[in-house]
Design a protein around this ligand. Structure first.
Ligand code: PGA
Length: 257
């Protein structure tokens, strides 16, 4: 997708440890994010902070996400949170299928149910896919990515595709140092491949409108190369999004691209 705003998503994961610290972090990021016309910043907070944090901003440059969702609308599902509840708490986006949730047992079929339910409710889904093995020589990562995409997007009608963002996060690159992130040229190849798979499912015109982001040790030092050489539409940022100065610098770099 070319010519659109860059999408930079802060995935706070299970951080910070108090609402006070969450507010401080958000207010720090907001100073910069609210000024950038070329960047859409999305803050994915833990459920418990969503409502409070989302009330601290009223413009359109920053939006809010949850990190998970349940597919049922209501009922006896102890511990779960519905799409409607997320919207009511100020979320417009939700991360689905993050590798850390898949590691805890989330299966492809559940990812698909979450994608269907949350897009139906009007949330934009940040659908995470990614292989675990760094060795790409035999090409098995490509068939793995294909099957993750096909199963997660099963039953998604063409008119719902505008509610999908793909976050490509190779598991081997998550939570490391910036030097361990995927290299720009390799990322570009994978992005082209993901577009090809999307084209196979939805046709070229629609497939080219789906934003594809990268996640996995994105930080200040590699933001530019990932966005330019990698040719992604944005980044899903984990640990670097917890540091106000570093994340703000990443937003400023994205603004210039
Ligand atoms: P990281 O996490 O930036 O800390 O590697 C990214 C993610 O897991 O979304």
């Amino acid at each position: 997708m070319y010519g659109m705003k860059k999408i930079i998503i802060a995935n706070w994961k299970m951080n910070p440890e108090s609402a006070t610290k969450a507010k401080e972090l958000f207010i720090g990021v907001k100073q910069v994010a609210s000024k950038l016309s070329n960047v859409k910043t999305v803050i994915a907070t833990p459920f418990v902070y969503l409502s409070e944090i989302s009330k601290l901003y009223r413009g359109h440059r920053i939006e809010f996400a949850a990190q998970d969702v349940f597919w049922e609308k209501r009922g006896s599902f102890t511990g779960e949170v519905s799409s409607a509840m997320l919207k009511d708490s100020g979320a417009t986006h939700v991360i689905v299928g993050h590798s850390e949730r898949r590691l805890l047992g989330e299966a492809d079929v559940e990812v698909n149910q979450k994608v269907l339910a949350s897009t139906q409710a009007g949330l934009t889904v940040i659908l995470c896919i990614g292989e675990s093995d760094r060795d790409h020589r035999d090409g098995t990562h490509l068939s793995f990515l294909t099957s993750q995409l096909e199963s997660a997007l099963k039953g998604i009608s063409k008119n719902r595709l505008s509610k999908i963002i793909i976050a490509y996060e190779p598991i081997w690159a998550i939570g490391k140092s910036e030097a361990d992130a995927m290299k720009g040229d390799e990322l570009h190849e994978t992005v082209l491949f993901i577009r090809k798979v999307l084209t196979g499912i939805f046709g070229k015109n629609l497939a080219f409108k789906v934003p594809i982001l990268y996640g996995g040790s994105a930080g200040k030092s590699n933001t530019e190369v990932l966005l330019t050489e990698g040719m992604v539409d944005g980044l899903l940022v984990g640990h670097a999004s917890l540091k106000i100065a570093e994340f703000s610098d990443m937003l400023k770099i994205a603004q210039k691209i």
